[in-house]
Design a protein around this ligand. Structure first.
Ligand SMILES: Cc1cc2nc3c(=O)[nH]c(=O)nc-3n(C[C@H](O)[C@H](O)[C@H](O)COP(=O)(O)OP(=O)(O)OC[C@H]3O[C@@H](n4cnc5c(N)ncnc54)[C@H](O)[C@@H]3O)c2cc1C
Length: 284
């Protein structure tokens, strides 16, 4: 990112830091407020416009829309199914240029026998917009994962950027942390009113605190976990398969299941054989 700084001999280090901070804040704010068209994933990466992994692909890769305002989008990726087998083959001093049926068997063997290190010679960076309560669960996936998140200390959160569910589920009877079905139809409208009043009220208080001169880092403390945030997530193929296995499962919260499905949709075209092998063997 070019900041266009003008440094004069009288610039003190502290003044420079203040200048960089304010320019960074403007840049983050602009990127947050930019409207992005949400479209369904049309083609595997190899057929999409812009070579996958190239700087242009980060601009042209479409978002997969998730929940009411979220998305998952590929920013960059490294390696392929071939990188996995070549990482394994270096053990006996061999390397291949093209992936064939024998390689698919080797990938399946590696996954089945937990020879997992070759799957880690890969990396994928996703840009994700999700509610904070989803990221609380997502960020428990620490191994082979790196996160960078938009900062409420730099950025003022926009209004109405909180998750609104389409329906309200009941507490599950058996799975103590889960949910099932829907609440009584008669209670639906009042539940929605209550939910919206609470979120909008919190945002109104946040704005009021800012207008009273309270700093962003304190004012944000009143905001709800339904608020959307944005994250860059970089993971290895092994780590992303582990995430999909746990979070696309019916025991995970429905909302994060939707993200796990979207993540799977973008990962599959990049590492089709490796992902299938890791998920089939319940390893990752
Ligand atoms: C349905 C569901 C319900 C959950 N409920 C809760 C909850 O109520 N409260 C809560 O706090 N969390 C909860 N979690 C989060 C869960 O405990 C895990 O933290 C999360 O799923 C990430 O999985 P992980 O630890 O395997 O991932 P990672 O942290 O990415 O670890 C990947 C793998 O690395 C290995 N590993 C990681 N750390 C170590 C270590 N210290 N030593 C040795 N090996 C290690 C393990 O094999 C691990 O599977 C829940 C998860 C799910 C899927």
């Amino acid at each position: 990112m070019r900041l266009g700084l003008v440094v004069t001999p009288s610039s003190t280090p502290r003044a420079l830091m203040r200048l960089i901070s304010s320019m960074l804040a403007v840049s983050i704010k602009n990127s947050m407020s930019r409207s992005r068209p949400c479209v369904c994933w049309p083609l595997p990466f190899s057929q999409a416009s812009g070579e996958a992994g190239s700087p242009e692909s980060a601009m042209t890769n479409p978002e997969i829309k998730v929940l009411d305002k979220g998305f998952v989008r590929v920013i960059d990726h490294m390696g392929s199914d071939l990188s996995v087998v070549n990482a394994a083959r270096v053990s006996f001093g061999k390397q291949k240029e093209a992936f064939d049926e024998g390689d698919a068997k080797l990938v399946a063997y590696l996954a089945e026998h937990e020879h997992t290190s070759p799957f880690r010679h890969t990396a994928l960076t996703l840009h994700v917009k999700a509610p904070i309560f989803v990221f609380r669960q997502w960020m428990k996936h620490r191994i082979g994962s790196e996160f960078n998140e938009i900062s409420g200390r730099y950025v003022e959160f926009p209004e109405d950027e909180f998750f609104v569910p389409a329906t309200f589920r009941r507490q599950a009877k058996v799975n103590k942390q889960g949910s099932e079905g829907e609440i009584d139809q008669a209670n639906g409208p009042r539940a929605m009113e209550s939910y919206l009043e609470s979120c909008r009220g919190a945002v109104a208080h946040y704005k009021e605190l800012l207008s009273l001169g309270v700093c962003r880092e304190q004012a944000r403390c009143v905001l709800p976990v339904a608020l959307y945030s944005e994250v860059y997530w970089t993971v290895s193929l092994q780590a992303v398969a582990h995430f999909i296995r746990l979070r696309a499962d019916g025991h995970a919260q429905w909302e994060i299941q939707q993200y796990a499905a979207a993540v799977r949709q973008v990962v599959e075209p990049i590492y089709p054989v490796g992902l299938k092998a890791l998920l089939a063997d319940r390893k990752g």
